[in-house]
Design a protein around this ligand. Structure first.
Ligand code: TRP
Length: 363
């Protein structure tokens, strides 16, 4: 209908300007002219409206910042950290998929993946990147000195050469450390096993984060009068064999935040269960996987802190160079009652009570 009217008007306009022999009178001409102009304006208005809408939509799309998240590999602790990151962003007002895009990459423990995925973030001009676990953060640091990098639970940022100083990082990197309060962890082990003499520590020699913690725990335990026996593995393939040997010589096993062991905790627990030896990890997720107890760090919470730091950088509220590394000061007491029962291990009543009140008991 519109088209018809438009063409009719157009026809009249044509006649108005170009035909001198037309029969329509002046008033009629005027009406048709006004009608035509009104129509033309309406048409332009509609066109303008849709044009603007298109532009603002595409502007909105390109304005949505991308956060590149690089995770070393899948295991329950790192997965919980990633979930926490999304939650922390949401808490700070960034709905994922709406206010922020996440490009999530899982390197499956592969060094060349870490490198190419880091480069991908640089190429797509990610606003902020996050490295979950030390090797992921190191790969990002090698790829960019400009794009902010937020550390998603890196045990020793200075030791891993990621920052110059934990209080004042100085470069494009800041973030969260998952360094567990090892003193509290040792106290807990001794409270549960007052007769413990030989403490085994199993870790992956190539995992800097794990090696650092293994060393720290060894020093603490020796000071407390224990005999420490360290066992290292190269990969998940060694765990069964090394653990079988270890359980012959120790009363309990401490496991640091070790990515390889966290990804095969069940393998370790199968070997230690065979000799009824309890395993004490440093994180909640590894207690769930078969550890006995921890005074450890909640991995989801670490992720939330990381997500909040990402949001603050996106909002321009903070800069990596002047944002101190966040350390989680206190651990949460978590007891796997089911596992303790399986080993015939009695958890002292005060410990149970404390877990009930302030921590968590897995039944
Ligand atoms: N801290 C480890 C690293 O720097 C990563 C990590 C965080 C982790 N939480 C963990 C490893 C729990 C094992 C278990 O690489």
């Amino acid at each position: 209908m519109d088209v018809f009217i438009f063409s009719e008007n157009f026809h009249d306009l044509w006649e108005l300007f170009f035909s001198k022999t037309n029969g329509i009178n002046g008033e009629d001409k005027m009406k048709k002219m006004i009608g035509f102009i009104v129509l033309l304006l309406a048409f332009l208005g509609v066109a303008f409206y849709f044009g603007e809408r298109e532009i603002s939509q595409s502007r909105q799309k390109t304005d949505t910042p991308t956060v590149g998240v690089l995770q070393l590999m899948s295991h329950p602790a790192l997965d919980a950290i990633y979930d926490g990151i999304k939650d922390g962003l949401k808490d700070a007002g960034y709905e994922v998929g709406q206010d922020v895009k996440i490009d999530f990459q899982n390197a499956q423990g592969d060094q060349s993946n870490l490198k190419s995925m880091s480069e991908k973030f640089v190429n797509e001009k990610a606003a902020v990147t996050v490295g979950i676990a030390t090797p992921a953060a190191q790969a990002l640091a090698n790829a960019t000195m400009d794009i902010p990098i937020v550390l998603g639970a890196i045990t020793d940022p200075v030791g891993a050469k990621l920052v110059a100083n934990n209080r004042r990082p100085g470069g494009n990197i800041t973030g969260v450390s998952d360094q567990a309060p090892l003193g509290a962890q040792l106290d807990l082990m001794q409270e549960i096993l007052p007769k413990m003499k030989n403490l085994g520590i199993i870790y992956t020699s190539s995992d800097d984060s794990a090696a650092t913690q293994a060393k720290m725990m060894a020093t603490l335990a020796q000071k407390a009068g224990l005999t420490v026996k360290k066992y290292s593995v190269n990969s998940t393939n060694d765990i069964t064999q090394v653990a079988a040997q270890m359980v012959q010589n120790v009363d309990a096993v401490f496991v640091p935040t070790d990515n390889t062991i966290a990804s095969s905790m069940e393998t370790l627990v199968a070997a230690t269960n065979a000799q009824n030896i309890p395993v004490f990890p440093t994180v909640d997720t590894m207690v769930k996987q078969g550890g006995v107890a921890t005074s450890g760090i909640n991995q989801f919470k670490l992720g939330q802190e990381t997500g909040k730091m990402v949001a603050a950088i996106l909002q321009g509220k903070s800069e990596p160079a002047t944002t101190p590394i966040h350390f989680e000061k206190t651990g949460q007491l978590i007891i796997n009652k089911q596992q303790a029962d399986k080993l015939g291990l009695k958890i002292p009543a005060p410990v149970m009570q404390k877990a009930q009140e302030k921590g968590k008991i897995i039944k």
